[in-house]
Design a protein around this ligand. Structure first.
Ligand SMILES: [Zn+2]
Ligand SMILES: [Zn+2]
Length: 337
């Protein structure tokens, strides 16, 4: 099979021939139909301490068709259309029992969506309802990350004022969940107006740029200072900017995952008496909630999807995305010859 392999930082991904893996216990082999390109794939192949192992295929936002199952794979069967958490975990440790498999001591990455086939853990897989496409299935992972973060903000209601910094996939997904989970006022702030349409499609009431008269215009838009500022930008300075914007006693939720040292002024956060919350990943419950929302007709997240490219086009496109400018989510379809 063909797969796009991370050779080493500084080199583009390489399309290589690899043996098709065979599923072990609790595993299934899927033919990948869609895999989203994520900012973290770029980060984890950039020569930072967070790099993935050289010689492996990235790709953790995937959906595909089950073509072979290993022992004890039930209820997942050959022919099922699935998405899955891109990880395998023991299922029995405190982290797993808390539905936080990323922190399982037996964690194993099941990335590999940038290939024609990849293995999944069937205990972490969800069948796609007929209403959902493979592209929808590949959106579940990024949606689940945002969902977990927004859920941590506690109940939202008509009075909730949420501002989101960064209008890429993470920020827009956070807007979708803030709205869907009941927030009455949702505003997005970005560097440019490019994603204003996306923000509106995902449920934001208003859109501002960093060049606007913040925080005055933000307060006007929300009817007061935000109780919650969600940082989905991942750039240096975004956490401090969020602290500057949040109202007294509010919460800053950081989902951006900046990989540079990023100073903040603690005295401002302290004076405002705010909570600074980080959030990573998701559990099976988050995946199920995402699939159920899409199946119930909340198809706004389709607005996230931009171009769909072949595996052969992936390495050049992936490098081009490092220079920063990527609007909608690019998806790889490894079935395109
Ligand atoms: Zn991702
Ligand atoms: Zn575990």
């Amino acid at each position: 099979m063909k797969a796009a392999i991370f050779v080493q930082a500084g080199l583009p991904l390489a399309i290589e021939d690899r043996p098709i893996p065979r599923p072990g216990p609790h595993q299934a082999l899927i033919r990948v139909h869609r895999c989203g390109i994520c900012g973290s794939d770029l980060h984890m192949t950039s020569g930072s301490p967070f790099d993935m192992p050289c010689g492996t295929a990235p790709g953790h936002e995937y959906a595909g068709e089950v073509v072979e199952v290993g022992p004890d794979a039930a209820p997942i069967r050959v022919g099922d259309r699935v998405t899955a958490l891109p990880m395998s975990a023991c299922g029995d440790c405190p982290a797993c029992r808390a539905d936080m498999p990323l922190h399982c001591t037996a964690l194993r990455s099941m990335a590999g969506g940038y290939g024609e086939y990849t293995l999944i853990d069937t205990r972490k897989a969800i069948r796609l309802p007929d209403t959902l496409t493979y592209a929808d299935g590949a959106l579940v992972e990024p949606l689940a990350s945002a969902l977990r973060g927004v859920r941590r903000m506690g109940p939202l209601g008509p009075e909730s004022r949420v501002a989101i910094l960064g209008a890429g996939a993470i920020g827009a997904s956070a807007a979708f969940w803030a709205r869907r989970l009941g927030a009455g006022h949702v505003a997005m702030i970005a560097r440019s107006r490019r994603n204003e349409g996306l923000a509106a499609a995902m449920g934001a009431d208003g859109f501002l740029t960093v060049n606007d008269d913040l925080p005055r215009q933000l307060e006007q838009m929300l009817g007061g200072a935000p109780d919650i500022v969600i940082e989905g930008a991942g750039s240096s300075g975004a956490i401090q900017q969020s602290i500057n914007l949040v109202g007294n006693g509010g919460t800053v939720l950081s989902l951006g995952g900046c990989i540079q040292p990023d100073p903040i002024m603690p005295a401002i956060a302290m004076f405002k008496d705010i909570r600074l919350q980080f959030s990573v990943a998701y559990g099976l419950a988050d995946f199920i909630q995402c699939v159920n929302a899409l199946d119930a007709g909340a198809l706004e997240p389709r607005a996230l999807v931009g171009e769909t490219i072949s595996l052969a086009a992936l390495p050049a496109r992936f490098e081009a995305m490092r220079s920063g400018s990527h609007a909608a989510k690019v998806m790889v379809d490894p079935t395109i010859i």
